[in-house]
Design a protein around this ligand. Structure first.
Ligand code: FES
Length: 188
């Protein structure tokens, strides 16, 4: 029993070391984020229990999203399997494994907004940004999302850009707010 455990331990050490090398290579291949800060964040949480969510949130703050290539490193740091980390990311809607825009435009699809032209507002926003819901502009400036209610129905139709809410919208107001030419043309 002891021999088996001892042999398995050495094998596991070698496997873990090989896995870390693999993860390191994956990390090195992933461009576009501050690798020094990423390493600092992962190492700060390393070996701690119950830290996965704050660790993921911090990685997302640094990178703008959670690069899939980092998931094995994160899993190794907190003693989980990558599939478990992926499961947690999938469960929380505020965690993303795709690049996000610097500003998130959230158009309300709720009833109050819908009856006061919310659908047209969404269409105009799409035309201005040149993307569909759930997508991010190629320059990583904007991500477009919709929501069931922003909570200011009296001002319908509404949308948010980042944390700022804009109400009583019409197409020209949307153009002023987004401040960029339409990416695609189309009528209401
Ligand atoms: S339905 Fe749009 S803010 Fe409530």
């Amino acid at each position: 029993m002891t021999e088996v455990e001892s042999g398995s331990g050495a094998g596991m050490d070698s496997l873990r070391s090989g896995k870390r090398d693999d993860d390191r290579r994956r990390l090195d291949w992933t461009p576009g984020f501050d690798q020094v800060r990423v390493e600092e964040v992962i190492n700060r949480y390393r070996g701690e229990r119950w830290v996965l969510i704050p660790l993921l949130q911090e990685i997302q703050e640094v990178c703008g999203y959670i690069p899939p290539a980092l998931i094995p490193r994160i899993a190794e740091a907190v003693g989980m399997f990558p599939v478990q980390v992926q499961g947690v990311i999938s469960f929380y809607s505020q965690l993303h494994t795709e690049p996000r825009g610097k500003k998130v435009v959230t158009v309300c699809r709720g009833t109050a907004c819908h009856v006061r032209g919310g659908r047209s507002i969404l269409k105009v926003v799409k035309e201005h940004l040149g993307i569909e819901e759930g997508e991010t502009t190629p320059d990583l400036e904007y991500t477009l999302e919709t929501v069931a209610c922003i909570g200011v129905c009296a001002l319908a139709p509404n949308m948010m850009v980042g944390r700022t809410t804009y109400g009583s919208l019409n197409p020209s107001k949307v153009a002023r707010i987004l401040g960029r030419p339409r990416a695609a043309q189309g009528g209401d």
